[in-house]
Design a protein around this ligand. Sequence first.
Ligand code: PLP
Length: 427
Amino acid sequence: MTFRDDLELASAWVASYVSRVGDLPVQARVQPGDVRAKLPAAPPEHGEPFEAMLRDLDEVILPGITHWNHPRFFAWFANTGSEPGILAELLVAALNVNAMTWLASPAGTELEVTVVDWLRQLLGLPDGWHGHIEDTASTATIAALAAARVQRPGGVVYASREANFSVEKAARLVGLEYRKVDIDDAYRMRTDFPLADATAVVATVGTTGTTSVDPVAELARRCEEAGVWLHVDAAYAGSAAVCPELQWCLDGCERADSLVMNPHKWLFTPMDCSVLWTRKPELLHEAFALVPEYLAATQDAVDLKDFGPALGRRFRALKLWFVLRWYGAEGLRELIREHVRLAQLFASWVDADPDWEVVAPHPFSTVCFRHKAADNHALAAAASATGEVFVASTTLRGVAAIRLAIGNSRTTEDDVRRAWEVLRACA
Ligand code: PLP
């Protein structure tokens, strides 16, 4: 077998998987240790053919995969390993780029700054911001807080009780105290907290629990007055802003110091790809730019290693480029709109059933709801155990609720209807 033969096997496997993933149980039906027990305890002494690996992928690995690419994956924030993303990942491995500096990969660097600028334009963010790609929003927020700490060392990071826990982790990592701010009736961060001791405020556009949108404009006004860094976590909902009618969700963000959004959440890009923009790149640079003699800077070029924690940098820009070109702005808007429509439709079914209720506003593609009489954690687990759907549960103001998050490009109205049928049957 030649490499070309193996490539054909791999591409046939991928094409078959993508077309049949909707027939597999969404959530892996394994117990802890099951996969490990099927794997040899020691590495092979002799090289093996690719066919053997592919066979074990089917027999050992696939049963232990929770299928994020399944159209009825509705847990956490559903996402998509799209066709252009899959193709790009293959080419990325072939090119094996490390875009740590411009010299290390001129095209990798220049494509990255170009595609993040395309994305900035699509979201309606201000011209002139520096943007680059990090692996995850967790890392991007670490980078943002490190820059905030350069501006004002030693203070407090304030974020809402509903902020993702990655924000607290980032504050801890950069050695800043973290304080949770109360929320209003719509799960939004209150704005009447003291800022005198603050290094940074982190506002969320699309919180993990309910997708609430913090009052960014008011927070921006207060942060400007107090000279405090405002970072916006739009990891999930930032994608909505590709639709002009949803761009309200980024109102005020033009005055933020930094903003992160994840194409690997709701913008059809396979794990991992998170974009961080800032209007103060010089502070990111001050936080991260160490130039060892063996990596001397190139005149008139940007070295992206100087803007974040990692030195080695994957060629994530290629998949974002492919995704943006494959769908075009028009195609992205169509998918986002459809997901929002499906979520609103689902919420209308819940509203119409007296045994169920919607428990939070649902401006995007995620609905939080509950059965009024059931144990909703158990209900979400039972629905997921059918293998037909995968939904997660959460606790909102002490009350258990189920979350249905739509984010896979292959999800149809039939899939959402099936989720509702399964949930009602389980209840
Ligand atoms: N911010 C929000 C609002 C999230 O929901 C999440 C994860 O779901 C994160 C940040 C962390 O994202 P990542 O996994 O890219 O670090």
